[in-house]
Design a protein around this ligand. Structure first.
Ligand SMILES: [Zn+2]
Length: 132
């Protein structure tokens, strides 16, 4: 099952991040899944429920489906991908590239400290990396 493979990969990533940030309990994982991954958010949530363990044994998935963008290699214009238009709408060049849409990223993690304080977010920076 496709989603189970992805869920296992996410669990692996989350485990590493939880260790790096020294959090003991993760309550939510924020995930960006490119539309080309053809991920069903419901199936991915179910699959994740089968593989979650340890620090994130009761973590939920918050899934954002990411759309790709079309970038013109000629004039540099970029726009959200809406259809399979094979040329740039700004300059008309056919030298375009579709970027993104196939990512699967862990963009954030909501963790609970022992004293019930919510902490830590990947990307936003882990609290353990901050100086006060
Ligand atoms: Zn262009």
């Amino acid at each position: 099952m496709h989603e189970l493979t992805l869920a296992a990969a996410l669990a692996e990533l989350a485990e590493q991040e939880a260790q790096r940030c020294r959090v003991s309990r993760v309550v939510r994982l924020h995930v960006r899944a490119g539309v080309f991954r053809q991920v069903s958010p419901d199936l991915l949530r179910d699959a994740f429920a089968q593989v979650r363990r340890g620090a994130f044994a009761d973590a939920e998935l918050d899934i954002t489906v990411a759309m790709p963008a079309v970038h013109c290699l000629h004039c540099g214009a970029g726009e959200a991908f809406s259809s399979f238009t094979a040329h740039c709408r700004v300059c008309g060049s056919a030298d375009v590239e579709v970027r993104g849409g196939d990512e699967l990223e862990l963009t954030g993690m909501d963790a609970m400290e022992a004293d019930d304080r919510e902490t830590c977010a990947i990307g936003g920076g882990c609290e353990n990396d901050r100086t006060y």
